[in-house]
Write a protein that binds this ligand. Structure first.
Ligand code: 4AD
Ligand code: MG
Length: 468
C-alpha cells in the first residue's frame, strides 16, 4: 500500500479537498451494498460520525471483502469525494484496502444495535466501540479539560494529594485497607488486635476517601488549590449513583467563606456544562436523540437558572409541608435526619424545579471539620442538589478555630492523634477557608443524560465487580 499520512475521520469529514487521496484507519461499523458496490461505515473514535468508504466490488472481489465485517479494523487509501448521500459532506472512494484485524461475526459480541447497558457492562472492554460509549468517553475527557481550565484560569493550583492514607478521620465512608501483610498468617497481640508495626507503613493504612484534609494544608500556603483524582469508598451501596472507585474534584480556597464557596460551586458547574455544549455538541446531540430527549433542554435550563440557596431547616419545612399535603417518602423525615435522595430530589424536581444549594445542616450529620454556627446546632455545610442526580457537590466552610475544632472532633469520636498535622494549620496562621468536592461521575451523569453511574466511568468498581 502507498504510505500516506493518516487523517483522522473527524478531519476527513470537515475536509473540502475533494479529489485528493487520503488515508483513514478505523473499525468497521457496517458494510452493506449490492453486487456492484459496497458501503463501509468506518469509525476511528475521533468523532461520533462515520466516514463512508465506497468500494467497487469487482475491483477486490467478494472473497477479499467478506472478512470486512462489523468490528474489523481496516486501513484505507482513497479519493476524497463530495458525498451524494444526505447528512455527510465527504466520503472516500477506496483505492487500496488493507485488513488489519478481522472480527468473526460468530463471536464478536457487538453485532446488532440496541444492546442493553447491562449487557454492555459485561463487555466493558469492547463497549467504547459503541456510539453511546464513544460519545460518553469523549465527553468525559472534555469535562476533565474543562475542570483544569476553569481552575487554572482562575489562578488555582492543581495539587496532588495522596491516594494512600493512614488517617480515617474524614468519616466520608468505609475505607479499603492497604497492606502487604500475609493474610494467611496474621500476627495478633494479646488482645487479639492485629499488629501493624511490621506492615509496610508500620501502621494501618487505607485508600483515601477524599483529598480534602491535605488540600486544606495546601490552601493555607498556595491560597487556592484543587485536587482531581481517584477516591475510594468501600460502603456496600449498590445504587445507580455510587461507585467504590470514583473521581473527585476538590477545590479549597483560603479566605473564602460559605457564600463565596457557593458562588464558586455554581460558577464551576455552569462552566463545565457550557464547555460540554461548546465542545461536545455532536456527542451530546447523539445522546439527546438516543438516550434522553430532554438532555440539551435540561443543560440549557440549568445554565439560565440562579441556583436556589436554602437552609436545611427551611428545606425540612418544605418537605414536611409536602407530607402534610399527601406526598409520601420512604425514609424518615424530621429535623436532624440525613436527607435521602428522594428528599433532595423532591426539593429540586418538584418544589423549586431548579438546582438547590442546601446549607447549615445539623452538626451531628456532617463532618467534624465544618465551621460551627453560633446557634450551636448547625454547621456551615453546603450540598449542591441537582435534577435527576440529587447531591452532586458536598462542601463547607471549615472550622478555623483550634479549640472549637478539636473539641468538636473529640465530640464526634475522631482520632485526633492521627491528624495532628491537620490541626497544626489552626495553630499556625489559621484563616477562614472553604471548599467542596464534586463527584466527577455525577457531573457526567448530568451532562450525558445517562442514569447509571456505571455507564460514565470506563471500568466501574462496585460491590462484586472488579473485572477488566
Ligand atoms: O459529600 P462528600 O462525601 O464530601 C467530601 O468527601 C468532602 N471531603 C468534599 C470537600 O469538601 N472537599 O463527597 C463529595 C461528592 C459528593 O457530593 C458526590 O458527588 C461524590 O463526591 N460522591 C460519590 N460519587 C460516586 N460514588 C460515591 N460512592 C460517592 N460518594 C460521594
Ligand atoms: Mg456528601
Amino acid at each position: 500500500m502507498e504510505a500516506i499520512k493518516r487523517t483522522k475521520i473527524v478531519d476527513v469529514l470537515k475536509s473540502k479537498a475533494f479529489g485528493t487521496t487520503v488515508n483513514v484507519k478505523g473499525w468497521v461499523r457496517t458494510r452493506r451494498g449490492s453486487k456492484q458496490v459496497n458501503f463501509i461505515a468506518l469509525n476511528d473514535g475521533s468523532t461520533i460520525h462515520n466516514v463512508q468508504i465506497v468500494v467497487d466490488v469487482d475491483t477486490w472481489g467478494e472473497e477479499f471483502l467478506k472478512p470486512i465485517t462489523t468490528g474489523a479494523c481496516i486501513n484505507v487509501n482513497g479519493t476524497l469525494v463530495e458525498s451524494q448521500g444526505q447528512g455527510q459532506d465527504a466520503e472516500i472512494q477506496a483505492k487500496e484496502i488493507q485488513i488489519y484485524g478481522t472480527a468473526d461475526p460468530a463471536t464478536y459480541p457487538l453485532q446488532k444495535k440496541g444492546h442493553s447497558f447491562e449487557f454492555l457492562r459485561e463487555i466493558a472492554h469492547l463497549r467504547p466501540r459503541t456510539n453511546t460509549f464513544g460519545a460518553i468517553f469523549r465527553i468525559r475527557h472534555h469535562m476533565a479539560i474543562a475542570i483544569h481550565t476553569f481552575f487554572h484560569d482562575r489562578g488555582f493550583f492543581y495539587f496532588h494529594t495522596p491516594v494512600i492514607t493512614a488517617s480515617d478521620c474524614e468519616g466520608a465512608g468505609q475505607m479499603f485497607q492497604v497492606t502487604t501483610m500475609n493474610l494467611y498468617d496474621l500476627k495478633k497481640d494479646e488482645k487479639g488486635s492485629i499488629d501493624y508495626t511490621n506492615d509496610f507503613f508500620g501502621k494501618q493504612a487505607s485508600l483515601t476517601v477524599s483529598g480534602q484534609l491535605e488540600g486544606e494544608l495546601a490552601a493555607m500556603a498556595l491560597g487556592a488549590i484543587y485536587t482531581f483524582g481517584p477516591t475510594f469508598r468501600a460502603e456496600n451501596s449498590n445504587t445507580p449513583r455510587h461507585l467504590a472507585e470514583f473521581w473527585m474534584v476538590e477545590p479549597e480556597v483560603a479566605f473564602n467563606e460559605i457564600a463565596e464557596n457557593m458562588q464558586l460551586a455554581e460558577d464551576f458547574i455552569k462552566y463545565c456544562i457550557q464547555w460540554a455544549l461548546n465542545n461536545c455538541l455532536d456527542d451530546i446531540r447523539f445522546l439527546n436523540n438516543m438516550i434522553d430527549k430532554e438532555l440539551i433542554e435540561r443543560l440549557n435550563f440549568v445554565l439560565k437558572q440562579d441556583f436556589i440557596r436554602l437552609s436545611y431547616t427551611e428545606g425540612i419545612k418544605i418537605l414536611e409541608e409536602a407530607v402534610a399535603n399527601g406526598h409520601t417518602f420512604e425514609f424518615p423525615l424530621f429535623w436532624g435526619a440525613d436527607l435521602a435522595s428522594e428528599h433532595e430530589r423532591y426539593l429540586v424536581e418538584n418544589h423549586f424545579k431548579c438546582p438547590v444549594i442546601l446549607t447549615d445542616y445539623p452538626k451531628e450529620i456532617k463532618s467534624f471539620y465544618m465551621k460551627q454556627n453560633d446557634d450551636g446546632k448547625t454547621v456551615r455545610a453546603m450540598d449542591v442538589l441537582f435534577p435527576k442526580i440529587g447531591e452532586i457537590i458536598g462542601g463547607s466552610q471549615r472550622e478555623e478555630d483550634y479549640d472549637k475544632l478539636s473539641a468538636h472532633a473529640k465530640e464526634m469520636g475522631v482520632p485526633t492523634k492521627d491528624i495532628w498535622w491537620y490541626l497544626d494549620t489552626r495553630r499556625f496562621g489559621t484563616a477562614p477557608h472553604a471548599g467542596f468536592g464534586l463527584g466527577f461521575e455525577r457531573l457526567l451523569l448530568f451532562v450525558t443524560g445517562m442514569t447509571n453511574i456505571r455507564d460514565v466511568i470506563p471500568f466501574p468498581r462496585t460491590p462484586n465487580n472488579c473485572e477488566f
